[in-house]
Structure formats: structure tokens, C-alpha cells
Design a protein around this ligand. Structure first.
Ligand code: ZN
Length: 183
């Protein structure tokens, strides 16, 4: 049975380190770790989680995308393990969107991110994939990729005026949901 891992919160040095490449993806310990990271993402209701967030400074993260009030068109994707990722190219266009982080509980911030990215990564089977991501999934990817370099979403924000509490974020999302319903 996969285990739920402890989440490192902001202030833990591991969140500010540059993580290391994985060069032994077939190692059973790495495969077991990926199962545990996926289980932890599911348990915490996260759309993504990166290995440093559970005190393991390696270049692995999970994307677990699903539709939500702000991105009703978000694809059902995952949970999928992304290993040794690279961002090959970015769109010129950036867009601001709300982000939260399991390592920074209780707050949300408006973060500018590239709207489209082309990326390359290794799957847990050891295959190399190249893909283009857009909007919500591109945002998750950039957020999790940053964790591998010791960067958190607060570092990307343009203004601390665009930080709100989780409670107020939930209120905003409920309003957005009602608007989507035509209410
Ligand atoms: Zn995060």
C-alpha cells in the first residue's frame, strides 16, 4: 500500500534547494517513492506535488489535473509522474492565475505564467516524452518545475497585494461557479 508522505512547509531548507536528476528510474525504491508521491497528491487534494515538498530533493513531480471553477475546460489528466523535466520553449504571452501550494497552506496568490509551454520529460517507464501544454496544465507544470529549483509561487508574484486567504479564495471560486451556471 502506498504511504502518505509528510509535507515540507515554507521555512524548510529543502524547499529552497536545487533538486537532483534521477538516473535510476528502474530502481524499485524510486518506483515506490513515485507511488507514495501520487498517493500524497490524491490524499491532499492537490493538482500537483513535487518531490522536494516531501523532503526528497529529486527532479520528480506529479500532475493531477481536473476541471475546476476557474478552468472548467481543464483536462482530466493523471496522476502522472514527470521525471527530469525540461521546458524547451515558452509562449510570449503570460497570464495571471490563482495558485496555492501544499507547502504554503492558507493563502493564494495571483501568479503570472506562460500561457503555452513545450516540455520534455521522462515517464516512470523510462520513456522520453515531448508535449505542449496550455493554460491550467501549463500553470501546474511551471509551478511544480519551479519547486525543483527551490522557487515557490510567492517568488513569481508581481505584488503582495495579490495575496488572499484560502477562505476568501473559496468564496471567489463559489461566485465563479455560480456565474458559470448562468446564475
Ligand atoms: Zn507548490
Amino acid at each position: 500500500m502506498p504511504k502518505i508522505l509528510e509535507i515540507a512547509e515554507l521555512g524548510q531548507p529543502v524547499l529552497r534547494e536545487k533538486s537532483l536528476d534521477i538516473d535510476n528510474i528502474e530502481d524499485p525504491a524510486i518506483q515506490e517513492f513515485i507511488d507514495n508521491l501520487i498517493q500524497t497528491a490524491i490524499d491532499s487534494n492537490g493538482v500537483g506535488i513535487a518531490a522536494p515538498q516531501v523532503f526528497e530533493p529529486y527532479r520528480i513531480f506529479i500532475i493531477n489535473s481536473r476541471p475546476n471553477p476557474r478552468y472548467p475546460e481543464a483536462p482530466e489528466m493523471g496522476p502522472v509522474a514527470i521525471i527530469n523535466p525540461e521546458i524547451i520553449s515558452y509562449s510570449e504571452e503570460k497570464e495571471k492565475g490563482w495558485e496555492g501550494c501544499l507547502s504554503i497552506p492558507g493563502i493564494r496568490g495571483l501568479v503570472p505564467r506562460y500561457k503555452h509551454i513545450s516540455i520534455r520529460y521522462m515517464t516512470r517507464e523510462g520513456n522520453i516524452e515531448e508535449k505542449k501544454f496550455t493554460d491550467f496544465v501549463a500553470r501546474i507544470f511551471q509551478h511544480e518545475f519551479d519547486h525543483l529549483n527551490g522557487v515557490v509561487f510567492l517568488d513569481r508574484m508581481e505584488s503582495s497585494q495579490e495575496i488572499i486567504t484560502e477562505k476568501e479564495y473559496q468564496r471567489l471560486m463559489t461566485q465563479a461557479e455560480n456565474l458559470n451556471d448562468g446564475g
